[in-house]
Design a protein around this ligand. Structure first.
Ligand SMILES: [Ca+2]
Length: 147
């Protein structure tokens, strides 16, 4: 039987100045195994995205969160930080108005997950738009043994 996957997509638009709350799927009751989640954040030009952590609890070493500048987690030169375990990471600012977050969970042992808040600097009088998009693939691998 082929592996199955569940795909989640969502997009939000909030006025900057507000904090956009992001949480891992299932938070705080534990994330699913085999999760590959990419979160793309973009705020108005000439602002910078800041990320602060409210809670952080992942399996040590094997599950992790990476944060980077821009919108391409595949660009390894853009990586700002990588975190695992249960130590609360410090606040992080992107170099510009785009930031990506990648979350990975392996095949066993979950944690509470993460809860973070993103803000855009200097929203200006008009109130800028802050957008967020995420896509998450959660694989379900069914191994069938011969009879
Ligand atoms: Ca794990």
């Amino acid at each position: 039987m082929l592996p199955e996957y569940k795909e989640c997509r969502n997009a939000y638009f909030v006025k900057s100045g507000a904090t956009l709350r992001l949480q891992s799927n299932g938070y705080p009751n534990g994330y699913e195994f085999y999760s590959f989640c990419t979160y793309l954040l973009e705020s108005s030009a000439n602002t910078k995205i800041n990320l602060k952590f409210y809670d952080f609890n992942l399996e040590d070493t094997y599950d992790y969160m990476e944060i980077g500048n821009g919108n391409n987690p595949g660009d390894r030169d853009s990586v700002i930080a990588r975190y695992d375990g249960t130590m609360m990471p410090p606040s992080i600012s992107a170099e510009s108005n785009t930031m990506w977050i990648f979350f990975y969970a392996d095949y066993s042992i979950s944690g509470k997950g993460f809860s973070v808040g993103a803000t855009a600097s200097d929203p200006g009088e008009m109130g800028n738009i802050f957008s967020f998009y995420y896509i998450c693939f959660i694989f379900r691998v069914n191994i069938e043994y011969g009879t």
